[in-house]
Design a protein around this ligand. Structure first.
Ligand code: PLP
Length: 386
């Protein structure tokens, strides 16, 4: 058994990030400044889009994206029950009502037919989540959006590298939201980005991300003389710091190398676990690029003789960190109480949420780490299988 605990989702931080951080420290410019501006431009270039706004999390990005739709009380936004809570919270904080549409049990992405069932006269938008980095069925989603005049927000927290039929995730709908949280494909510790083809939307989002001020702090303290700022709206404190962008600029430069490393790990897991009685992720569809953010297996206790939660415990005992993405949204007491949701009404999300386990898949993993994960999974499953 391995001696040290393998932390789930650890990022790979290299020398260039450390040097860039020290540079910010030496210049004593820590807050929003030139590095944030550079990171926005680099990210927009990577996504082949004109406008990007850096913020301090994907949660902030989703909140501002929802606010940018100009919602009214009673408006509804449809999204998936197989997501992180912040997708739902962003809708709530924007003053809208979240409505859930179940997933396709194979792709784990929101099912467009289910979206169709949930559209009412109050529906204003859909938030899709490209789960694990696998693109949603965007042709079907965009067709529905067009025929019902709905906005589409893409929650790309798993999907920085994702592509769908030649289009980059986050550029297909109206707004794309990204996360640079510590466990995501590239990181700034905490951080997020919003992209759009709509210049006015991004410029309003930038104002809303910094108190609703007319000028950002960088311009305010420039050497071209003091500028008064004016509050145009009651905004938020969602700006990204140069300290965060310093890390992100260099992480972004290695995005393809990291993707290739995760693809290798993914393929290794697929090959070395395929004879076991567990569910493996569906293979990436043709004409798409999977971002390989999560490698999720399914533990059906009837097939393998061990419950999912006992499997999680057994992995942890073997010093392997694992994750659960996610318990379905209606399992959380707050949402159940507030929206009267029942898990059974979203049977595919419910079943996945009860059986899924995420194995480590990060560029920081050595071949030895990957081997340790495989040995641990095989050992636990084979011991219980018969
Ligand atoms: C991580 C995540 C978020 C939130 O990202 P933060 O940057 O931590 O706010 C939102 N949606 C999904 C699907 C995520 O995985």
């Amino acid at each position: 058994m391995r001696k040290d605990f393998l932390v789930f989702g650890q990022p790979l931080i290299e020398q260039a990030e450390k040097d860039e951080l020290l540079d910010s420290m030496d210049k004593a410019w820590l807050g929003t400044g030139p590095k944030v501006h550079q990171f926005e431009m680099d990210f927009a270039k990577y996504k082949q889009i004109d406008y990007a706004a850096a913020v301090n999390s994907c949660t902030a990005a989703l909140h501002l994206a929802c606010l940018s739709l100009g919602l009214e009380a009673g408006d509804e936004i449809i999204t998936t029950p197989m997501t992180f809570c912040s997708t739902i919270n962003a809708i709530i904080h924007a003053g809208a009502k979240p409505v859930l549409a179940d997933i396709d049990p194979v792709t784990l992405n929101i099912d467009a037919a289910e979206i169709g069932e949930k559209i009412t006269s109050r529906t204003r938008a859909v938030i899709v989540v490209h789960f694990a980095g696998r693109p949603c069925d965007m042709d079907a989603v965009m067709a529905l959006a067009k025929s019902h005049n709905l906005a589409v927000i893409e929650d790309c927290a798993h999907a920085i590298e994702t592509e769908y039929k030649g289009n980059k995730a986050g550029t297909i709908g109206d707004l794309g939201c990204f996360s640079f949280y510590a466990t995501k494909n590239i990181t700034t510790g905490e951080g997020g980005m919003i992209i759009s083809r709509n210049e006015r939307k991004i410029s309003r989002i930038k104002i809303m991300a910094l108190h609703g001020l007319s000028h950002d702090a960088w311009e305010r303290y420039s050497d071209s003389g003091y500028k008064h700022y004016y509050v145009e709206e009651a905004g938020f404190k969602y700006n990204m710091m140069d300290l965060q962008a310093a890390i992100g600029i260099h992480q972004l430069r290695r995005i393809d190398a990291y993707w290739e490393r995760r693809q290798k790990i993914w393929n290794r897991y697929m090959g070395d676990l395929k004879d076991l009685n567990i569910g493996l992720p569906a293979v990436a569809e043709k004409d798409t690029r999977h971002a390989y953010h999560l490698f999720t297996i399914r533990i059906d206790p009837d097939k393998v003789g061990i419950s999912r939660d006992n499997f999680l415990e057994a992995m942890t005992e073997r010093n392997i960190g694992v994750g659960v993405h996610y318990l379905s949204i209606p399992e959380h007491p707050y949402y159940r109480k507030r929206f009267s949701w029942r898990s059974e009404d979203f049977p595919h999300s419910y079943a996945v949420g009860r059986e899924t386990v995420s194995l480590p898949i990060s560029p920081k993993l050595t071949d030895r780490d990957v081997e340790d994960v495989i040995v641990a999974v095989r050992d636990i499953i084979l011991k219980n299988q018969d």
